[in-house]
Design a protein around this ligand. Sequence first.
Ligand code: ADP
Ligand code: MG
Length: 368
Amino acid sequence: MVRARDGGGERLRAEPGSARREPKGALAGRRGEGGGSRGNAGFPSALMILGIETSCDETAAAVVTDDGDVLSSVVSSQADLHARYGGVVPEIASRRHLELVAPVVREALAEAGVSIDGVRRVAVTRGPGLVGALLVGLSAAKALAWARRLPLVPVDHLEGHVASLYLEPDPLEPPFLCLLASGGHTLLLAIRERGSSERLGTTLDDAAGEAFDKGARLLGLGYPGGAEIDRLAREGDPGAFPFPVARVAGLDFSFSGLKTALLYSVRDLGEDEVERRKADLAASYQRAIVEALVGRAREAAERTGLERIAVVGGVAANSGLREALPEARFAPLALCTDNAAMIGSAARFTAALPYPSYLGLDAYASFA
Ligand code: ADP
Ligand code: MG
């Protein structure tokens, strides 16, 4: 479903494909009836988890079952709101979350065809992210859980990205090596069991998604720019510009040199030439990011003896990366960028806090 808001600037959308699954069993075909309190009538054995995610500029809510079925996943992106600033403005994000969190939760319940009575646990992102933004989701989750005397599950956003792999219809079983590449993080994680991870490497400066976004900005593309570079790169020559792939110690990453290399190329070429060779620039820039990610992921897999590689986070949507790592398992496209289905999924493997012990819970901005 798509709903235009504020004259069409923002939309609530239920993600297609694997993020949205049709209700099964008794509930199928009963949507739209009455709309009263149906609890989890259609899922007698399923425990419903309501997930809420507000760590950055997506207001998201989802209903997932304990078995990993996604009954709804609603994501309202604020990207349009922040585009004119070329990045997320924290204060604007918090205010928008405040306006959107209740309608998005309502929408997720309606899409799933369940009422709040059917929810057994409320899961929410506690960090890392923008603290003001996180606090909106956390407060909403506390209020909902407290009013219903439900347990609350505080979820780490990064564990959430990994848990996007554990959902039906094709859940992944550990052990595997996970590359988490998003707007805020670039991590290599050893996943030996669900719900825990060992950090093997991270970025020393920009995250991969951030590198995409900054590169897009230099090329005069919109924000967020990852998807734009991806699209443009398909028409360009990845070998046209020899952009560098940083070699740092261990299993870490560095993308700041690459960004500077693009900046110099853009300056040297001049406006007209940049315009003419934009696709080549995008393809070459993407190739360098992808090479760095693929190289380190394979190295980490080899060093740890973990045979399978999985990729999650917004950058996992990149078609160049998908092509360059054909042996890897990628999160479903609809679950790569921030969403609440992954938060609900992570809650299945995270300890719940009983009512009302969570009322004093705080958000955290960065991970230790
Ligand atoms: P975060 O959790 O850090 O907020 P997300 O997981 O939502 O980030 O991912 C957003 C990031 O993913 C942005 O930096 C965006 O540019 C990047 N991204 C989205 N789609 C693509 C794509 N097709 N190719 C490359 N990067 C992408
Ligand atoms: Mg994220």
